[in-house]
Every structure is written in structure tokens, then in C-alpha cells.
Design a protein around this ligand. Sequence first.
Ligand code: FAD
Length: 420
Amino acid sequence: MLQPKYHAHMDEMVDILIVGGGLVGSSLAIALDGAGLRVALAEAAAPKAANSIQSGQPSYDERNLALARASVNGLTALGVWEKVAAKATPIRRLHVSRRGEFGAARLDAAAHGLDAFGATLPARELGNGLLARLDACRTLMRLAPASLRTLDFAVDAISATLATPAGEQRLRARLVVGADGTNSFVRGTSGIQTDNVDYAQTAFVATVTPQRAIDGCAYERFTATGPVAVLPLGERRAGVVLTVPTADAARVGALDDAGFIALLHERFGYRLGRLSRPGKRVSYPLARVMAQRLVAPRTVVVGNAAQTLHPIAAQGFNLGLRDALTLAEMLIEHMRFDGDPGDVDLLARYAARRREDREGTAAMSNGLARWTANEALPLKLARSLGLVALDRIAPLQDMFVRRGMGFRGEVPRLALGDLG
Ligand SMILES: Cc1cc2nc3c(=O)[nH]c(=O)nc-3n(C[C@H](O)[C@H](O)[C@H](O)COP(=O)(O)OP(=O)(O)OC[C@H]3O[C@@H](n4cnc5c(N)ncnc54)[C@H](O)[C@@H]3O)c2cc1C
């Protein structure tokens, strides 16, 4: 039905409309709650039914997230960590190696005066923790299921149309935040272009039981056909991310348990003894999608909408959370002086502040994904020397550890934890 034109100015007005209640959009909504801003969060998937184990949200799934220390700090400050801590496993050691080459880097948190580098947590558990924390938000307007359909830009606000089971809902917002994932509608509609790379790799995610206790160690192993990560999940289980060339994905997807375990051993070796009891396998095609700009008039993109990375370095959510925490910090500060949340200068300052962390983290993820797929001999040597150097040289380790934990560029205050 066509709405008469004069209805437009009667649409409800909010300061900020967050589109996408995934891991990053939900974190942003929580960070902004109670700060005196009118915030709406619109998520396309229906909220979790009270007695179901899993919400319908696409990324609250089987993937096991490695959370950097900065993210644990941030989630603690948001009141989310207390809801998920019992399900998390600390990462106390890292082991980085390459198949067929000498040299491995071993890093121990204790040697850096830390109890842990970070923690692992199934995305489903983090998703449930975020949903529970959202339920406790005092001022947030939650719309779910509500799918963004149109955005109309005006000088003073953006009008949004959302499809809900009760029909179309319209809202006006002074700032629209696109937290709507890799294929972001907000990004596309606001004219932000992307640079895309298809890695022609597919990641298989599963859990296994290693014969030897994994003992808080996270393994990254590079092989000619793609990287393998093995993460600690509690005392007895391990989360596996096995990357294969996409040309081989159909074959790997069709393997039975024994075939999958054999492939894992071929790629990862026997450093944890025999692996057994593989759980459900889920696969993800891997591409890199980088927005050319983070902001457009009255619009900003965060998380996967801003940058979707290869999961090899386990940085996607970690980086996206730092987007959210930084944006929340700057918006709250700006609004103390009754500012406009869609202010051009504010958005430009946000984009500038995110540059170093974003570009550095994306370059590291891309570098690892590509570098390790290259078989040329001088590179092989450099890689082994690199791992040996990382194993032996303390300042290099310190830098690696600091960056790996998510402390790069101007760190959002909420992520500083006891460093703040
Ligand atoms: C195999 C794998 C392993 C990974 N491991 C790690 C790891 O160890 N550590 C790490 O930090 N990261 C990891 N990542 C990356 C991490 O999962 C993502 O970076 C993270 O999920 C991004 O969150 P997001 O909220 O930006 O996007 P998403 O989680 O994709 O959420 C987007 C949300 O927007 C909603 N939406 C979309 N369109 C609309 C619309 N039009 N209207 C309303 N809502 C909409 C969707 O329903 C969805 O809920 C991994 C990724 C993969 C694939």
C-alpha cells in the first residue's frame, strides 16, 4: 500500500539504527545501551525460542571462535563474558608450524607474564550470551525478525523500511550502522564499493577428540593445500578448521568420519596422538571482501560488512568487536555535547582511527592465507627462518603477541582491561 507523503515525517526517529544483530551488531547495541541515545537494532532472523538450543541467526553456529585478549576484555566490560565464561577455554600456548619444513614457533603466555593469550568459545555460545545480555538492555529498541528493505537518504536523517511479520515498519535515523555481514545491504545501498578476493579455498569446521590432552594449546599448521587450525575446547575436545582448495571441497565434504580423520592426520600429523569422534562438519567458502570506505553520508559499516577476512588468523570477530567498541566510545563521547551522531567529521575521525588496526589485521590475515600457499624454495626457507626467529627472538614475540591479542593502533578503552 502506498503511504501518503506527509506520513514520512511522522515515522519514529532514532539516533542510531543498527542493521544486523550478529556478533558485532549485538555487541555495538549493548555498548550503546543506557548512554542516553535512542538506539534501534534490527535483525532479520527471529530471536531464539525459549527452549531451543540455537537461534536462527546465521553466524551463531558451530564455528569455534578464538577470541583475542582484547576481545575478552571488551566482552567483560559489556557484561557478556560473565554469561559465557564457563563455556570458554583459555589459550595458554600457541604452536605455529609448517608441514614439510623445519622450524616451529612456540609461544607460552606465562613467558609473557600472562595467564592466557585469549580464549576459545563456540560462536553459538557467544551468540546465546549476547542474546541474554540484549534481554537486559534498558533503552534499546529491538526489532526481530525485521529485515531492512530500503534506505532513503536526506540531509538530516535516513528513512529505513523494514519488513516484519506485522507488516512494513518505517524508522528515521540520524546514523545507520551497517552490521549486516559480508553481503551488506547497507554498504551496497550507500554506494560503498568493495575489493574482493576469492581465495578458492573452503574451510571445514568440526570438533574432534585428541588422544593426548590439548592442554590449552592452539595449533596453526600451514600446508601446501591450505592451513589447519586446532583449538582447545575444554579438557578433552578440540575444534578443527581445515582449509582445502575449493576444487577439492566436494570430495572432502563427502568423506566419512574415517576418511576425514585420515585427511586431518595427513595435514596435521600426530602431535596430539590419534584424533577420533569427529562431530558434525560445516563448510564455508573463503573470500576476502574489503569495503573501500568505512563511511558514507550518515552511514558507517562495521564487522564483516566492513571487512570479511580469511579465518586463518582468527581475526574477523576480534576486529569487528574493536570496530563496535571504538564506534560506541566515540558516539557516546560526541553525544555528551549534544552532537549529531551522523556528523561528517565524527564519521571521518572514526574511519581514520580504525585505519591502522584494520589495515594491519587484514594484511596479516591475507598474508598468512597466501604466503603459506606458495611453494617456491626461497620462500620456504624464509618461512622456516621466520618461524625460528619467532620462536627465539623475544622482541619479535612480544610484538606478535601484542598484535595477536588485538592491541594494535589506538585501542578502544573498553578493550584495554587491566592495561587501561
Ligand atoms: C570458519 C570460520 C571461522 C572463524 N573463526 C573466527 C575466529 O576464530 N575468531 C574471530 O574473531 N573470527 C572468526 N571468524 C569470523 C567471524 O565469524 C565473523 O567475523 C563474525 O561472525 C562477523 O560478525 P558480524 O556481526 O559482522 O556479521 P554476521 O555474523 O554475518 O552477522 C550479520 C547479521 O546481519 C543480519 N542481516 C543481514 N542482512 C540484514 C538485513 N537486510 N536486515 C536485517 N538484518 C540483516 C544477519 O541475519 C546476521 O545476523 C570465523 C569465520 C569463519 C567462516
